[in-house]
Design a protein around this ligand. Structure first.
Ligand code: F6P
Length: 349
C-alpha cells in the first residue's frame, strides 16, 4: 500500500509531529510505502512535487515548527481540471490512500474528494481551534501560550506608562485564542468574532476601571472581531488588510487593533498603544501538549487508513481519539462556548 501525506492551509506548530507519527507507524507497523506531497493540494496538481518519505526524513522533526512538506492554500475545485489532474496523479504515482492535514478548507476539499471516490483521511489542524467535531486542534495550545506570554509582557509596560495596551491576536471566525489568552493573561476587555462589540461600552468599562484607581488597561482583540461605535450605529466594522479573496474566498484580516486603539484613545483620553502578534503565534516549536496531541492524531490517522475508514478525520473527544465524518466539517465553525464568555466577562472593566 502507498500512502500520500499533505499539509494544506496556514501552517501551525505540530504539523511535523503528525507527519513523523504517520510515517513511523505506517512504515514500522504496516509496512506501507509513504509519500510526501509538497505544498498541499498543489503537490497533486503540479509535476515534481511528490517524494518518498523514509524514516530518516522524519527523524529530528518532532519539535520543529512549520512543515517539512510545505503548504499552500491551493483549492483544486477552483482550478481548471484540478480534480481530474489529482485523480490522474494519484493513479500515476500508485497512491492508494491520502492523509490530508489541514483546517476547514483543506478538510472540506478532502470531504469532496472522498465523495468523488478518493481514499482520504483527515487530520484537523489550526491555531484558531475552530474545527468542528474535535475538542481541540493541535497548534492552538502553542498559540495560546505565545499570546498569554505577550499579554504578561505588555502588562508591565502598560503599568509603567499608565497606558491602555491593545493586543491583537489571530482568530478569523472564532475567538478561542483571544478569550483564553485574555482569561489567562488577565485582560480587562476581550473582543472576538462571535459578537459585535460597541466601542462606547469598551470606553465606559476602561473608565470604570480607572475610576477604581487602576491607571492602565489591557484589551485583547481577535483579528476577526467586529466593532460598532454604539448600538445605534449603522455600520459594523471588520478591519481588513486586503479585500482580495484567496482560493477559499477569505479576505485578509488584521489591523483592527489600530482602529480600536484610535477609538479608545479618542473616547477615554488615555494614551493607547497597539501590539499585533500576527504570525508569531504560528511560528516556532509546539508545546508539549501540541506535540502529544499531534502524535496521537498521526498514529490514529494511519490506523484509520489501515482499517479502511476513509471519509473520516481523527478527533479528540474527551480523552479519546475517535473518527469523525469529514462531511460534517464542511462549512461549520466551532465557535466559543458561551460559558467561557461568561467567565471572561466577570473580569471585564
Ligand atoms: O487559519 C489560521 C490563520 O492563522 C488565521 O487566524 C488567519 O486569519 C490566517 O490563518 C492568516 O493566513 P495567512 O498566513 O495566509 O496570512
Amino acid at each position: 500500500m502507498r500512502v500520500g501525506i499533505l499539509t494544506g492551509g496556514g501552517d501551525c506548530p505540530g504539523l511535523n509531529a503528525v507527519i513523523r507519527a504517520i510515517v513511523r507507524k505506517g512504515i514500522q507497523n504496516y509496512n506501507y510505502e509513504m509519500l510526501g506531497i509538497i505544498e498541499g493540494w498543489k503537490g497533486l496538481i503540479k509535476d515534481g512535487l511528490i517524494k518518498p518519505l523514509e524514516l530518516s526524513d522524519v527523524s529530528g522533526i518532532l519539535h520543529r515548527g512549520g512543515t517539512i512538506l510545505k503548504t499552500s492554500r491551493t483549492n483544486p475545485f477552483k482550478i481548471e481540471n484540478g480534480v481530474s489532474t489529482i485523480k490522474e496523479n494519484l493513479k500515476k504515482n500508485k497512491i492508494d490512500a491520502l492523509v490530508a492535514i489541514g483546517g476547514e478548507d483543506t478538510l472540506g476539499v478532502a470531504a469532496k474528494l472522498f465523495q468523488d471516490g478518493i481514499h482520504v483521511v483527515g487530520v484537523p489542524k489550526t491555531i484558531d481551534n475552530d474545527v468542528i467535531g474535535t475538542d481541540t486542534t493541535f497548534g492552538f495550545d502553542t498559540a495560546l501560550n505565545i499570546a498569554t506570554e505577550a499579554i504578561d509582557r505588555v502588562h508591565t509596560t502598560a503599568e509603567a506608562h499608565n497606558r491602555v495596551m491593545v493586543v491583537e491576536v489571530m482568530g478569523r471566525h472564532a475567538g478561542w485564542i483571544a478569550v483564553e489568552s485574555g482569561i489567562a493573561g488577565g485582560a480587562d476587555i476581550i473582543l472576538f468574532p462571535e459578537r459585535i462589540t460597541f466601542v462606547n461600552e469598551v470606553c465606559t468599562l476602561i473608565k470604570r476601571r480607572h475610576s477604581r484607581g487602576k491607571d492602565f488597561s489591557i484589551v485583547v482583540v481577535a483579528e476577526g472581531a467586529k466593532i460598532k461605535m454604539s448600538p445605534d450605529s449603522k455600520e459594523e466594522e471588520l478591519v481588513l488588510q486586503d479585500r482580495k479573496l484567496d482560493a477559499f474566498g477569505h479576505v485578509r484580516l488584521g489591523g483592527i487593533g489600530y482602529k480600536l486603539a484610535e477609538l479608545i484613545e479618542a473616547g477615554t483620553d488615555y494614551e493607547t498603544r497597539v501590539v499585533i502578534l500576527g504570525h508569531i503565534q504560528r511560528g516556532g516549536s509546539p508545546t508539549a501538549f501540541d506535540r502529544v496531541l499531534a502524535t496521537r492524531f498521526g498514529v490514529h490517522a494511519i490506523d484509520l487508513v489501515h482499517r479502511g475508514q476513509f471519509g473520516n478525520m481523527v478527533a479528540l473527544q474527551g480523552t479519546k481519539i475517535v473518527p469523525y465524518p469529514l462531511s460534517n466539517v464542511v462549512s461549520q465553525t466551532k465557535t466559543i462556548d458561551p460559558e467561557l464568555i461568561e467567565t471572561a466577562e466577570v473580569f471585564f472593566g
